[in-house]
Design a protein around this ligand. Structure first.
Ligand code: NAD
Ligand code: DAU
Length: 338
């Protein structure tokens, strides 16, 4: 099977490529990635020698680049996106361009070349904040940040291409992923690397916001599973079943690194900060998929990976990251804990 994996140089995409090459001898993977600040060929170290892997640098918004790659693939798996909520609050434009328009360009290519499967990697954030209960796939979408709105927009276009043109699409809504090769702007990768440097861990608001965490390898196994078991036109929630407050996650990171809780620093809240995400995953589980990795063990392994792969994240943190960090965090420190 030949797969076109867009956004494959990012966190989940690169883990997905490793997962597929490891579990399927007959898979061939073409990666299309623009290499934005979040794309990183260091995430592919060791893969270059594999004859089943090819990398193309390019933009999913550019149909001339996309079409020849789509023409002879059996599936497109679209990971390419702007993905960080805080950056979407600072500069939303790129989110609309890549996440919505870029997805449209891929769908057009899938339609034109009759690609047998199109998987859109979406997010639980499209449901908006879920104060009680758990979201099911048929719930109304109520995105609340420019990021989640752009992902919901992409989903609408994906669904429209199925209804209007019969493109065989599948949408996955993943919860918060963690694991190796995550750009150190997200909670777990940022806090692990800050703690290793004895830098403050900036918690937004009261630290009681809840996320459902999934180990990245479980997310990858779900996508692989859906490539063969998913039904065209359907949407599937993909969660880990590990709802934790940010404060709980932060304290575990500090414990695994043997660092003091005095590194925790409360800062002003993220605007529009969704309080809780929670999904029911019974639709996917009824097909036979289950997450295999426990939260605490995988978190400890992940934190150790950042400790043992300092070279990987130091290179990132010394570049564009420093400017972003200043823009997002400067002047937000609270005088008293909430
Ligand atoms: P990431 O930010 O680590 O990687 C995104 C990748 O997309 C990068 O390699 C980047 O270079 C590439 N890219 C961006 N714009 C592009 C363009 N115009 N053309 C081609 N490539 C482009 O993201 P991630 O965390 O790996 O997320 C991957 C996908 O999974 C995204 O669609 C995201 O919305 C979704 N998702 C992420 C999570 C999570 O917790 N990280 C959870 C659910 C869903
Ligand atoms: O839920 C899936 C989504 O998870 C994905 O679709 C997104 O691409 C991904 O970025 C992630 O979004 P979140 O906003 O939930 O992830 P983030 O790691 O940015 O934040 C997790 C929680 O931690 C959230 O409640 C905000 C909080 N946080 C985050 C950072 C970066 C802090 O308190 N301080 C921080 O510095």
């Amino acid at each position: 099977m030949k797969l076109l994996v867009t956004g494959g140089a990012g966190f989940i995409g690169s883990n997905f490529i490793r997962y597929m090459l490891k579990h399927h001898d007959d898979v061939e993977i073409v990666v299309l990635d623009k290499l934005t600040y979040a794309g990183n060929l260091d995430n592919h170290r060791g893969l270059e020698q594999d004859a089943r892997y090819r990398f193309v640098r390019g933009d999913i918004c550019d149909s001339e680049t996309v079409e020849p790659l789509a023409a002879d693939c059996q599936a497109i798996v679209n990971f390419a996106a702007e993905t960080h909520v805080d950056r979407s609050l600072l500069e939303p434009g790129a989110f609309i361009t890549t996440d919505v328009y870029g997805t449209y360009i891929l769908l057009e290519a899938a339609r034109r070349f009759q690609v047998p499967t199109f998987i859109q990697i979406s997010t639980d954030e499209v449901y908006g904040s879920v104060e009680t209960g758990s979201s099911v796939e048929s719930d109304v979408l109520e995105p609340r940040s420019p990021y989640s709105a752009s992902k919901a927009g992409a989903e609408m276009m994906v669904r429209a291409y199925h209804v209007s043109y019969g493109v065989p699409v599948i949408i996955t809504r993943g919860s918060n992923n963690f694991g190796p090769y995550q750009y150190p702007e997200k909670l777990i990768s940022l806090f692990s690397t800050n703690a290793l440097d004895d830098e403050p861990l900036p918690i937004y608001g009261d630290g009681m916001n809840v996320r459902d965490w999934i180990y990245v390898e479980d997310h990858c196994s779900a996508i692989d599973f859906l490539l063969t078991h998913g039904k065209p036109g359907e949407t599937y929630n993909v969660g880990g079943g590990n709802e934790r407050t940010n404060l709980e996650v932060t304290k575990l990171i500090l414990r695994y690194l043997n660092k003091p809780e005095s590194l925790i620093q409360y800062i002003s809240d993220r605007p529009g900060h969704d309080r809780r995400y929670s999904m029911s995953c019974s639709k996917l589980q009824s097909l036979g998929w289950r997450p295999e990795h426990g939260f605490e063990e995988s978190l400890e392994q992940t934190v150790c990976w950042y400790r043992e792969n300092e070279g990987w994240w130091r290179k990132i943190k010394s570049g564009e990251f420093a400017d972003y960090y200043r823009r997002n965090y400067a002047g937000r420190q609270l005088d008293e804990s909430p």
